[in-house]
Design a protein around this ligand. Structure first.
Ligand code: HEC
Ligand code: HEC
Ligand code: HEC
Length: 112
């Protein structure tokens, strides 16, 4: 039991990054690999078809919007109320806002 938990955490941190925070078009939306691995998901669930392995790429796309998610693109491929909670609910699970982003940056400064 313990070893499978460790394997999962290692997988999530393999790329060496913490949370990814999107600031375009709105500040700020959080994405964390650690909640997206294990269970039925693996790297191939998202890379390379859905997202590049490079933070900051996808938010440059004009259609990285709620309208696209509602049509099943990007985050909406899974956040459709079946595979994962829908983009029409729980706005603040993803949208941490300006204050949430500030707190995250302060926290990261402290642990460095
Ligand atoms: C549920 C979708 C999802 C899964 C599963 C996933 N990723 Fe990602 N990954 C993303 C997103 C979204 C980004 C940010 C892309 C962007 O900003 O354009 C990202 C970015 C990255 C980056 C770039 C990080 C940086 O700081 O530039 C790496 C490396 C990466 N992922 C590796 C992995 C590996 C390795 C796995 C499997 C262990 C994995 N990802 C699984 C969605 C996922
Ligand atoms: C390949 C499928 C997939 C994609 C793509 C995906 N997610 Fe998820 N996400 C999940 C699953 C599964 C969960 C687990 C929660 C659930 O079962 O409802 C989850 C959980 C989350 C959570 C909740 C974490 C917590 O606090 O428990 C957030 C926030 C989130 N996703 C944001 C995003 C964002 C932002 C994107 C797009 C950049 C994205 N996800 C893309 C499948 C996906
Ligand atoms: C699964 C994660 C997720 C959920 C849930 C979610 N959003 Fe979003 N939202 C995003 C992402 C990712 C972006 C694009 C990145 C950015 O703007 O920083 C975005 C962008 C937006 C934007 C700006 C772009 C546009 O479409 O106009 C608005 C407004 C927005 N969301 C409103 C909402 C509202 C209201 C809810 C709840 C009903 C919600 N979102 C729920 C992830 C989510």
């Amino acid at each position: 039991m313990v070893s499978s938990v460790i394997a999962c955490i290692t997988g999530a941190q393999e790329y060496g990054g913490g949370p990814i925070v999107f600031i375009k078009p709105v500040r700020a939306v959080i994405f964390e690999h650690r909640f997206h691995l294990g269970k039925k998901l693996n790297c191939l669930s998202c890379h390379p078809d859905l997202f590049a392995k490079k933070a900051g790429e996808v938010e440059e796309k004009e259609d990285f919007t709620m309208a696209s998610f509602n049509r099943g693109k990007y985050c909406g491929k899974c956040h459709d109320g079946i595979t994962a909670f829908s983009v029409n609910t729980k706005c603040n699970w993803c949208h941490i806002g300006v204050q949430g982003h500030k707190r995250l940056e302060e926290y990261e400064l402290e642990i460095e």
